[in-house]
Design a protein around this ligand. Sequence first.
Ligand code: FAD
Length: 346
Amino acid sequence: MPDLKPILIVGGGLAGLALGLELRQRRIPVTVVEAASYPRHRVCGEFINGRGLEVLERLTLQQQLLQAGGRWAHTAAFYVQGRRPVQQRLPQPALCVSRYVLDDLLAQEFRRLGGELRLRERWSQGYDDEGIVRATGRRVQTTVQGWRWFGLKVHARGVALKADLEMHLGIDGYVGLCQLNGECNACGLFRTRTPLPRLALQWQEMLRGEPGSELRARLGGAVFDDASFCSVAGLCVAPYGADEPDECALGDTLTMIPPITGNGMSMAFESAELAVEPLIRYSRGERTWEEARSGIARACRRRFRQRLRHAGRLHRALFHPIAKRLCLAVLLRFPRLLRVSFMLTR
Ligand SMILES: Cc1cc2nc3c(=O)[nH]c(=O)nc-3n(C[C@H](O)[C@H](O)[C@H](O)COP(=O)(O)OP(=O)(O)OC[C@H]3O[C@@H](n4cnc5c(N)ncnc54)[C@H](O)[C@@H]3O)c2cc1C
């Protein structure tokens, strides 16, 4: 076999590690450079919905994730204060799994397959050289039309849910709840026009929701596991441009889908999957870097176009007071539409 060209992946999150794993399964030399280390908590609703589950199955990781505390979610419920909730069976089960477990497992597997993992190293060079894949997560945007978007997440004990996935919609944010192994993950997306540091002491209140709300009924008496708390700011929740001209970008770096869909992890896995064949051909010298890079960008655009459009509309509606109530009223009358919405974002 001729010499294989190496691939350098910057970012050991879901997209970077899934790609690294698939390439190592085909014996391509791969290095992943990661700024942090494992295990670590991440701001995430921690449920995987959609085609990314097929990638996990192909990587033979689903079983291990279930053994490590993952749970299948079969039902979802939406709550708006003062309204009857909308509850439905999901068209297909979603997998609830802690990122503390998931990222660590992927990293271990990558190493087991002979991948080189360089931890606590922040890449500061460019991304336009041959053989470099950028999977560094979201592109930071401080404000979007005057709003600052941020995410909060914590694990909690002593919470009983009425559906496997619960989404509680507030005025300037929503909180998703799902059951993990003995704990509940509470993760919220919020927006504010005030500077963020003032919010630093309010995170518990924000996640617990308004007094009198269903969210408060779930989390009012919950015990938060402070060690699992994390936050993220600078989110750009409107889908951004699908590709930079000279970069080979995957996952959130490529584009970010609004979290309400629970599809970001799936897109990270899927974009990695779409990159595998072109990168193998590049590594073997059967394609130029430019052919591989532009082929990956095209395939991702095709795969994600429709769901980004649908998710963008849904996201805008949920942050519009009238549209939000209208959506809920329609869903109460035609609950099956909730299933259709899930199908459109997968
Ligand atoms: C509030 C919120 C809730 C969400 N809930 C869900 C959900 O329930 N379900 C779902 O599917 N998705 C959800 N998502 C989205 C999901 O978390 C992301 O889409 C997913 O993590 C993207 O994976 P990634 O690999 O692209 O990026 P990441 O997982 O962010 O990984 C990027 C990695 O790159 C590293 N890195 C960054 N810069 C450098 C550098 N210069 N050098 C080296 N390393 C670097 C980082 O340390 C990180 O490990 C949610 C997102 C938010 C904000």
